[in-house]
Design a protein around this ligand. Structure first.
Ligand SMILES: NC(=O)C1=CN([C@@H]2O[C@H](COP(=O)(O)OP(=O)(O)OC[C@H]3O[C@@H](n4cnc5c(N)ncnc54)[C@H](O)[C@@H]3O)[C@@H](O)[C@H]2O)C=CC1
Ligand SMILES: O=C(O)C1=N[C@H](C(=O)O)C[C@H](O)C1
Length: 252
């Protein structure tokens, strides 16, 4: 049995993970952490990670960027692997994630779904053909009205995957409203839409002269992220220190 701590247990994803683990015979939630403790839980809940004194094999984190520094320190101190799913981390925090992974196993992924992780690979092949042929690259993402970070972590991960095959030569453009200029060739535009209960849509557009190719992923439920996170925790539980991602968990 893999014993888990859910960091952000009373949030939208925390509740999804609680349901998945309840129906999974190989995992058990031994504790939760959430700064909001105004709801009943079926396991002990602590209002901050520092207060959590329950032993576990791994932590799943879907919380808030501001909560991630303390979590990383805790994982090093207690030597507990962590599946880091929270998005919107700063450059400084991303460096801290890399430093942490030298001391304990960390799996970081902006999107735990099979579809997006397959798309990350597909895009690299498409980019190798389409970018040299002059196609412009734009990413459009759509999410629910409760999302605080923009663009989504997934949009950035898609852009990073594309840019990796372009020797990181393309710059990211998030806002065209302040400059009256044509787009340049070596850029990836990213646009964010927020509204209603949209679970998550990501569209990567390769626009050429007289032809357009679009890759689109639509999430119809948060369960696709939850299932991926629980599988990632099982994978990570007995791993050595290192920085892992979903391509280590899913055979692609
Ligand atoms: N990697 C992936 O596949 C996915 C990532 N996410 C990301 O996960 C994060 C959480 O998403 P949701 O569950 O939708 O958000 P949410 O806002 O519903 O839940 C976040 C929870 O974290 C709690 N929290 C805030 N500060 C905390 C602290 N210092 N310590 C402990 N708990 C704290 C909040 O009280 C809340 O209950 C976001 O960054 C989101 O972008 C969301 C879905 C999929
Ligand atoms: O906040 C969300 O809901 C989601 N966030 C992740 C992101 O920022 O990419 C993943 C998913 O799209 C849902």
């Amino acid at each position: 049995m893999v014993k888990l701590i859910m960091h952000g247990c009373n949030g939208k994803m925390g509740r999804v993970i609680t349901d998945i683990v309840k129906n999974d015979e190989h995992t058990e939630l031994v504790a939760g952490v959430d700064s909001y403790t105004g709801v009943p839980n079926e396991y002990p809940v602590f209002e901050s990670i520092e207060k959590c004194d329950v032993k576990a094999d791994a932590i799943i984190d879907f919380s808030n960027a501001a909560a991630v520094d303390g979590l990383l320190d805790y994982c090093v101190e207690k030597q507990v692997p962590v599946v880091l799913c929270t998005t919107g981390l700063s450059e400084e925090q991303l460096k801290k994630v890399e430093e942490t992974a030298k001391k304990v196993a960390v799996l970081k992924s902006a999107n735990m779904s099979l579809g997006i992780n397959m798309l990350l690979k597909l895009l690299q092949n498409a980019t190798k053909v389409l970018a040299p042929a002059g196609f412009d690259i734009e990413i459009v993402e759509k999410h629910h009205n409760q999302k605080v970070d923009a663009p989504s972590g997934t949009a950035i991960a898609l852009a990073d995957s594309i840019n990796e095959t372009l020797d990181h030569e393309y710059k990211y453009v998030y806002d065209r409203s302040q400059v009256r200029e044509k787009r340049t060739k070596k850029e990836i535009g990213m646009s964010a839409v927020r509204g209603g209960s949209i679970v998550g849509e990501h569209e990567v557009i390769f626009a050429g002269a007289d032809e357009v190719i679009e890759f689109k992923h639509t999430a119809y439920s948060k369960a696709i992220f939850g299932k991926g996170a629980v599988e990632a925790a099982k994978f990570l539980a007995d791993r050595q220190a290192g920085l892992y991602d979903m391509s280590d968990v899913i055979q692609l």
